[in-house]
Design a protein around this ligand. Structure first.
Ligand SMILES: Cc1cc2nc3c(=O)[nH]c(=O)nc-3n(C[C@H](O)[C@H](O)[C@H](O)COP(=O)(O)O)c2cc1C
Length: 227
């Protein structure tokens, strides 16, 4: 598969692979992990992302970060991106510190929270990370909607997908329980932006204190995916 993809892109784009740490916790599954990773690196991939849960494990139990440290020690300078349980910008710094991965990928933690990437950049630069203003949240949702409509082929088709995300944005509202009770009332495309204006109104801005702190992390609520 790696050979076929590398041939197809003919050097135009970097090819990466994404792996769990194995199908299960058996020594045979772990041996296959190393064989696949080493084989893909030998063929010329640019980087590998590792989510150190087993396939069997789904999302149960924590992502085993020490396994990532072992992967990084095994491959040396080859770039590894770590995955799993990054629910705030602080988690990203912790994973880098504990495992020495070269980068990370964030999945559940960026749903409803695209601001996490800027927050990571701020922390890496030694600056305090800031929570978004209500205006920034409104603008992000409006942009999300604008991009989703042509992607899904019209407002009616886009609405169920965007509605799910809008409810997730509400998890980062200063009053998330109230925000959810309002956002789940969304039924029509025309109702989306007025409702977002109401829920993310300027009066909900944190009163001058926008600094992100670890307690602002939101616990995961998505435990199943297409992986
Ligand atoms: C909605 C959703 C879709 C995903 N789709 C894929 C996928 O197609 N391929 C894949 O390798 N991983 C997929 N994942 C798994 C993530 O890339 C990631 O490894 C996993 O969720 C653990 O990271 P997290 O704790 O940051 O969510 C998906 C995750 C989510 C939440």
């Amino acid at each position: 598969m790696v050979d076929a993809v590398l041939q197809a892109v003919a050097g135009d784009v970097p090819v990466t692979v994404k792996m769990r740490r194995g199908s299960d916790d058996s020594p045979a599954a772990e041996a296959r992990f190393w064989a696949i990773l080493d084989g893909a690196i030998a063929r010329g991939i640019a980087a590998a992302t590792v989510h150190p849960r087993t396939v069997e494990q789904k999302y149960q139990g924590p992502s085993r970060w020490p396994f990532l440290a072992g992967v990084k020690a095994h491959v040396g300078a080859f770039p590894i991106l770590g995955s799993g349980d990054l629910f705030s910008a602080f988690d990203v710094l912790a994973m880098r510190r504990e495992t020495a991965v070269d980068g990370v990928t964030i999945a559940r933690g960026c749903i409803g929270n695209p601001f996490v990437f800027t927050q990571v950049q701020d922390l890496l630069a030694g600056r305090p990370a800031l929570r978004p203003t209500a205006a920034q949240q409104r603008a992000a949702i409006a942009r999300h909607w604008q991009l989703a409509v042509p992607f899904y082929g019209g407002e009616a088709k886009a609405l169920p997908h965007v509605r799910m995300h809008v409810i997730k944005y509400g998890q980062y509202h200063p009053d998330p329980v109230w925000a959810r009770t309002r956002l789940v009332t969304l039924r029509t495309p025309a109702g989306l932006l007025p409702l977002v204006d109401e829920v993310f109104a300027d009066r909900f801005d944190a009163d001058g204190d926008r600094e992100l702190r670890p307690e602002h992390a939101v616990a995961p609520t998505i435990h199943a995916c297409s992986e």
